[in-house]
Write a protein that binds this ligand. Structure first.
Ligand code: B4P
Length: 191
């Protein structure tokens, strides 16, 4: 199996690059943001529990996120591998993911960390907010909160993978195709 973690601040291009990586390497996509938005759309209790955190750009509590990922892993048998997009976002989530992977007799092969300057993130998300209908893309204060939550709560996750020798930083500015080539060059070493 090939299991990748795609990491980076909000607006770094994780969702965008995931689509390309899934097609090239035949992976199953696990985006916790997308899973939450699906629950919100379906009006489930889990969606209702997550909504207030998401709308303000705060992290959803670990136990909700981890339970949802565990469920998804259990319900995806026989895949060639997973791409985790926007997960893990805390050390507790990273530890839980390692445990879940070993319960499935597999492991995370590598982590790809997209790096994009803050002004560019703000520009991209405000632009997406014009059409996405997402409450968290709608104004500068919420987007800035998401970036600040990322800086405070999520950046330590990069160090967690660095300590395992799995961190690869990748410049996330440029054309989508160029960034995809940079990511593929790293992933190819693991297939
Ligand atoms: P996510 O859905 O993960 O939101 P995101 O970080 O904004 O998405 P992404 O980073 O994938 O967007 P992309 O860059 O592709 O999370 C939303 C919320 O859910 C969180 O705030 C939190 O509340 C909750 N949540 C999710 N996971 C959680 C977890 N594990 N723990 C706790 N809470 C969690 O796209 C951004 C824009 O940039 C797009 O418009 C795109 O077209 C554009 N773009 C992409 N690449 C570009 C490029 N190269 N050049 C120019 N523009 C580009």
């Amino acid at each position: 199996m090939l299991n990748l973690v795609l990491f980076g601040p909000p607006g770094a291009g994780k969702g965008t690059q995931s689509e390309h990586l899934i097609n090239k390497y035949n992976l199953t996509h696990i985006s916790t943001g997308d899973l939450f938005r699906k629950h919100l759309g379906e009006g489930t209790q889990l969606g209702k529990n997550a909504q207030k955190y998401m709308d303000e750009g705060n992290l959803v509590p670990d136990e909700i996120v981890i339970g949802m990922v565990e469920d998804k892993l259990q319900n995806t048998p026989g895949t060639q591998g997973f791409i985790f997009d926007g997960f893990p976002r805390t050390i507790a989530q990273a530890e839980a993911l390692d445990k879940l992977m070993s319960q499935h007799n597999t492991q995370i092969n590598t982590m790809l960390a997209l790096q994009v300057p803050e002004e560019e993130l703000l520009k991209r998300l405000l632009n997406r907010g014009k059409t996405s209908g997402r409450a968290d893309d709608q104004n500068e204060a919420k987007i800035k909160n998401r970036i600040s939550v990322y800086n405070k709560e999520t950046t330590p996750v990069a160090n967690y993978y660095k300590n395992q020798g799995k961190l690869n930083t990748v410049k996330g500015v440029g054309s989508i195709e160029d960034i995809f080539e940079r990511l593929s060059a790293i992933v190819d070493k693991h297939v």
